[in-house]
Design a protein around this ligand. Structure first.
Ligand code: GLN
Length: 189
């Protein structure tokens, strides 16, 4: 199994570290050639979605990755990555891959609550640590989207087919359950 990690901006090194710890091969995706390689799953890290979206196009990665996502490539998208996947962004006119049928709100927690930590139930994994950094949340979901986690009524984790979208950063804490869940889902495909 090999996982592609989008490595143009943001917290990609932390995801790579976890993959190494779990003994999973990965490749860094930095250009169109990388993005056209074969890999079994994709990680879209947190960071800054506007910058990531711009770089995806400039580096000729947008089309090949979109094509793979449309074909069903499993993806774990965190924070800015969730914004890249979302079909709609309520407070932004930008659209990126748009393969996840949800509406997200960028920087949804405002300035005061820009960053915070909590622990909440995540699907059937029990409570997991959740670090939020100027995070989006999911405002609404469409048919077929499973809600995996909420924090104070706001949706912060969803799954749709092979796509997992998170508002928070699981790579910034010690708990590996979400990465393991993602990797297990790839192994089953
Ligand atoms: N606020 C960022 C954005 O809108 C996302 C923050 C993050 O990825 N930690 O792209």
């Amino acid at each position: 199994m090999k996982v592609g990690v989008l490595a143009v901006q943001g917290a990609f090194a932390e995801h790579e570290e976890i993959l190494s710890q779990l003994g999973v091969d990965y490749i860094e995706l930095r250009n169109g050639k990388d993005a056209r390689q074969d890999f079994d799953g994709l990680i879209l890290p947190g960071g800054e979605s506007t910058t990531q979206g711009k770089l995806l196009r400039e580096l000729d990665m947008f089309e090949p990755l979109k094509e793979k996502l449309v074909r069903g490539l499993p993806v774990l998208a965190t924070c800015a990555g969730l914004i890249l996947l979302a079909e709609e962004i309520s407070n932004d006119t930008a659209r990126y891959f748009g393969t996840l049928p949800v509406t997200v709100k960028r920087n949804a927690y405002g300035r005061q609550l820009g960053s915070f930590y909590t622990e909440e139930q995540f699907g059937d994994l029990g409570k997991v640590p959740m670090t939020f950094i100027r995070a989006p949340y999911v405002e609404s979901v469409r048919a077929g989207v499973e809600i995996l986690a909420r924090v104070e009524q706001k949706i912060v984790g969803v799954r749709y087919k092979n796509q997992i979208g998170l508002s928070f950063h699981p790579e910034l804490n010690d708990n590996r359950k979400i990465h393991q869940m993602f990797l297990a889902s790839i192994a089953l495909i």
